[in-house]
Design a protein around this ligand. Structure first.
Ligand code: NAD
Length: 245
């Protein structure tokens, strides 16, 4: 097995931590990037990932920081083989009440950052003739969601980015895929009102919320060297909450 260099955005969050751990367990050298965090949060992340993952802070909503992040990681580790665009935020409101700042913030973190990081990392992957990009979308990007016009638009946009880039780099040994989680037990869903979460869980055919490891397993699968024939695909990991072609 070849050890690959992996960069995971939103890397110290709920799903990010599990993704970092899964990629580490698969034998890769993993770098987590996230907003600057309190030392206790970084220490908890380090404990959860066995001290094997380097934390490289950056705000991926900032264009210059995206370029600088990729340059810093490449200078320290070599070209990035695996890029997981996982950073995400919500700024929920019905469209009537949503202001442009809420719209822009979500588009910037959840969609534009993925474009920026792919843009800066792709040349290194092309030079090495190998790459794995995984974009973390959402069931909301497939179905839409009440109060989430911004979030659903960004997550649906990730599918367009995924499929277009997949076509552009398929002949270069690079795959681009997305994973669409349903509702997973993380700080993001902990912020949802309890009665909404209960109602959501009741609608999941598998009968439970997802665990971060459920999502991480799917990401690690796309990142395998042997997964080179799967590109432009979206893998829903939602307990059957939404099924469709
Ligand atoms: N938890 C779920 O149920 C669920 C469902 C579908 C999709 N998702 C998606 O999965 C991804 C991870 O979500 P999570 O549940 O782990 O949430 P989380 O809040 O635990 O993690 C998100 C991480 O992104 C980071 N982040 C936010 N803005 C950033 C920025 N500007 N620069 C760098 N990092 C930034 C946060 O600091 C946080 O650590 C998100 O893209 C989310 O939309 C989550």
């Amino acid at each position: 097995m070849t050890q690959r260099i992996a960069l995971v955005t939103g890397g110290i969050g709920g799903l990010g931590t599990a993704i970092c751990r899964a990629l580490t367990d698969a034998g890769h050298r993993v770098i987590a990037t996230d907003l600057p965090a309190a030392p206790e949060r970084v220490a908890a992340f380090s404990d959860a990932t066995g001290g094997a993952v380097r934390f490289e802070p950056a705000d991926v909503s900032d264009q210059a920081q995206c370029a600088d992040l990729i340059a810093r990681v490449q200078a320290a580790e070599g070209a990035i083989d695996i890029l997981v665009n996982n950073a995400g935020i919500t700024r929920d409101a019905t469209l009537r009440k949503m202001d442009l700042a809420q719209w822009n913030a979500v588009l910037q973190v959840n969609l534009t950052s993925a474009f920026q990081l792919c843009h800066h990392a792709i040349d290194g992957m092309i030079q090495r003739g190998h790459g794995r990009i995984v974009n973390i979308s959402s069931v909301s990007g497939q179905t839409g969601n009440f109060g989430q016009a911004n979030y659903a638009a960004a997550k649906a946009g990730l599918h367009g980015l995924t499929m277009s880039l997949a076509r552009e780099v398929a002949a270069k040994g690079i795959t681009v895929n997305s994973v669409s989680p349903g509702y997973v037990r993380t700080p993001m869903t902990a912020a949802m009102p309890a009665h909404v979460l209960e109602k959501t869980q009741a609608a999941v055919p598998v009968g439970r919320l997802g665990e971060p490891s459920d999502i991480a397993r799917a990401v690690a699968f796309f990142c395998e060297d042997a997964a080179g024939y799967i590109t432009g695909a979206n893998l829903p990991v939602n307990g059957g909450l939404f099924m469709g072609f």
